[in-house]
Design a protein around this ligand. Structure first.
Ligand SMILES: C[S@@+](CC[C@H](N)C(=O)[O-])C[C@H]1O[C@@H](n2cnc3c(N)ncnc32)[C@H](O)[C@@H]1O
Length: 319
């Protein structure tokens, strides 16, 4: 299976179609129980390009609903599997309560800060969501610490890019797609890529209990993972189940591969021969490209090390 989606309620659908302990990663964004089907009025949004049919959960049912689908999520996750739940503030309490009624273990309570929150005058502007990152006990969970940045990479301010990327406050903007068909509350690709890269490997099975515009599934497939999930709305399901056929399986993988390729010698001691080779190759590259930056970039690829490792080694050989 590369993908299989169901136009069904996720609680009954999971019971019917998904066996115990079979899912590597769940990333999901449940309806918020705050009249999400009418949210455009609140945000003053133009709904012309929004695919209709969003199914909301009545506020009075939210507690039981959360407990039920989270119990199903726990059942279908493999031991060591991970789950990320995106939640607003209003009903966060019920999601946390439901999680605490399972065996799932909290690893992080992430704050996702986004741009353009709801404008307010007499209080602070609300501009964040909660992402609850839990794992099912029983086996070591997947966490690819260096999936995105190696230990020596620096950000523009000289801080460790890896450390900053792994802090539990994420500043990621929502996508603005003027004129394109979309779903309400569509999760940004950047956000999904991050969770998928850290918490799964190519070939793993990723499930979204509330597919909406199938954004989790689309990014997962592009990253060479398998995908499954549920969407109750007939209209949204029909539209996206067609659209997913155009997704290129694995198309985002080269991006990842080149990253891991550059790190294949990370942490290894430099041999004398390698240092000599580095000095010679640096001279050749510098002559050809004329900049230190470009030469170092190419040396990173050639030697399978990060920029700082190359720079330190160049210093050692007097460059
Ligand atoms: C917040 S949206 C998900 C958005 C999605 N993450 C995206 O990026 O497009 C929640 C979705 O859950 C769907 N939904 C509501 N109740 C459901 C249920 N019981 N089972 C499956 N889907 C449901 C809604 O129709 C809506 O599309």
């Amino acid at each position: 299976m590369k993908y299989k989606f169901y136009n069904e309620d996720c609680i009954h659908g999971a019971k019917k179609h998904i066996k115990d302990n079979t899912i590597d990663l769940i990333i999901t964004d449940p309806p918020y129980g705050i009249d999400g089907d009418k949210l455009h009025k609140h945000y003053n949004r133009n709904e012309e390009h929004v695919i209709g049919g969003y199914v909301e959960v009545p506020a009075e049912e939210y507690e039981d609903f959360s407990a039920e689908w989270i119990k199903e999520a726990e059942r279908i996750l493999k031991p060591g599997g991970s789950i990320y739940i995106v939640s607003g503030y209003t009903n966060l309490f019920y999601i946390l309560k439901a999680l605490r009624q399972t065996s799932l273990k909290e690893l992080n309570h992430i704050i996702w800060k986004y741009n353009f929150g709801v404008y307010t005058r007499l209080k602070y502007v609300s501009s964040h969501y909660h992402i609850l990152y839990y794992v099912k006990p029983g086996k070591k969970h997947t966490f690819n610490t260096f999936a995105r940045y190696d230990a020596t990479e620096k950000n523009e301010n000289g801080g460790s890019a890896n450390y900053i990327d792994r802090e539990d406050v994420w500043s990621i903007n929502k996508e603005y797609k003027p004129g394109q068909k979309k779903n309400k509350n569509q999760l940004p690709t950047t956000l999904l890529k991050k969770m998928i890269a850290y918490s799964s490997n190519p070939g793993d099975l990723v499930c979204d209990m509330f597919l909406g515009s199938f954004s989790t599934a689309k990014v997962a497939l592009k990253m060479g993972r398998q995908a499954t999930g549920f969407e109750l709305s007939e209209n949204m399901y029909a539209h996206q189940n067609e659209a997913i056929k155009n997704i290129k399986f694995g198309s985002l993988l080269p991006e990842q591969k080149s990253k891991s390729m550059t790190l294949r010698n990370q942490g290894k001691r430099w041999s004398k021969a390698d240092l000599e080779k580095l000095a010679i190759h640096y001279q050749i590259l510098y002559k050809k490209h004329g900049t230190k930056k470009k030469s170092i970039e190419l040396l990173c690829e050639e030697f399978g090390r990060g920029r700082f490792s190359i720079m330190n080694a160049l210093k050692k050989v007097g460059i």
